[in-house]
Design a protein. Structure first.
Lengths: 145, 145, 145
């Protein structure tokens, strides 16, 4: 959460825009459209994950790593879903957005039951780009790690 | 997802309205108010489901089929919940909305544990009616089927 | 649900504001910031729960009870998450808001799997305070109880 006195709560319209942003962004990943998903990151984006010792640095590294994961899921015939919710948006003085969301990671193999892998807190720094937003920094913390 | 060049992202206020629409619509179903739930469909609505060979055609067929399911749940004393999230809304040139949502189907019997049945992708075509919306077409795809 | 003729659906901007309100409010609780979480209740707030015979009366009672629970979770090294969704907001003639949400209660111990405890329907009466809202009454109904 770590709000501070400089944070401004998101204006209401912006809040809805950010929800739609994540529905589109993560829906692309779940559909296997890795290039489209990766295009939401800045070229110098950093992706940190508390299950991995080193962050991914740069959109190309993010794309390559995630493409490998998506190909593995496809080989398993596993439909993965990233479900974001409880979005909190704080506008920064420089126009950046700091967001915090809850996320559930879940998947289903063909003819199999739904498996819920775990709960995650995701924090993004978003930078404006052409009427929408790009992810400059993403920090993912899997609960229990 | 299948956005195309003619799609326009939802204006921000509309997006919030659609979220509220689904909370109300599906809350009515989970409360067992099948008539009120069915009134959100157009008389000629089509309901497609990848677990069923033939779509339901017309509000009356949708209502009758779902009423039977709800009576079955009531006999089991099973509280069913339809949880929609990750809503994506695209405004069409003719004023229709094309929506895509994730949905979790879950239920609890009296004194029993929560059971999460599966994950679903739901796509609606919504038509304006009197300041709100009606479902003209719903396509439900259960993951793993 | 129990809407009546006097209820007015939430204006769209208000709806987004209330979603952000719950993300912030419940995020504080999950972060263990019990005082900050409790500050969202009015001094005379009432908290009803269908798993408990008597409601909690007053912000101090709510805070003390929840602090004990949070300390217990911390001793277990259990990260608890309250996930709200499917928010329905109805503006009352006197300016109060009546909200209804679905909630999933889930938790993860260190190195353990995600456990989803149950599904809840939460109903609040919210009173305006300084550009935001306070909870005057919360009624929590755990499914299956």
């Amino acid at each position: 959460m770590t709000r501070n006195a400089l944070d401004t709560p998101a204006p209401d319209q912006l809040y809805a825009q950010i929800q739609q942003f994540y529905a589109l962004h993560m829906g692309l990943l779940d559909d296997g459209a890795v290039d489209a998903w990766a295009s939401f990151f800045t070229p110098d984006a950093v992706f940190e994950d508390n299950t991995t010792p080193e962050p991914l640095r740069g959109r190309e590294a993010i794309r390559a790593t995630v493409r490998t994961r998506v190909e593995h899921l496809r080989a398993e015939r596993r439909q993965f879903r990233h479900w974001f919710g409880m979005v909190d948006v704080a506008v920064q003085p420089d126009g950046e957005l700091h967001t915090r969301m809850y996320a559930l990671a879940m998947s289903t193999v063909v003819d199999g039951p739904l498996r819920i892998h775990g709960h995650v807190v995701c924090r993004d720094r978003l930078i404006p780009r052409g009427g929408s937003w790009t992810v400059h920094n993403r920090r993912v913390e899997v609960d229990g790690v």
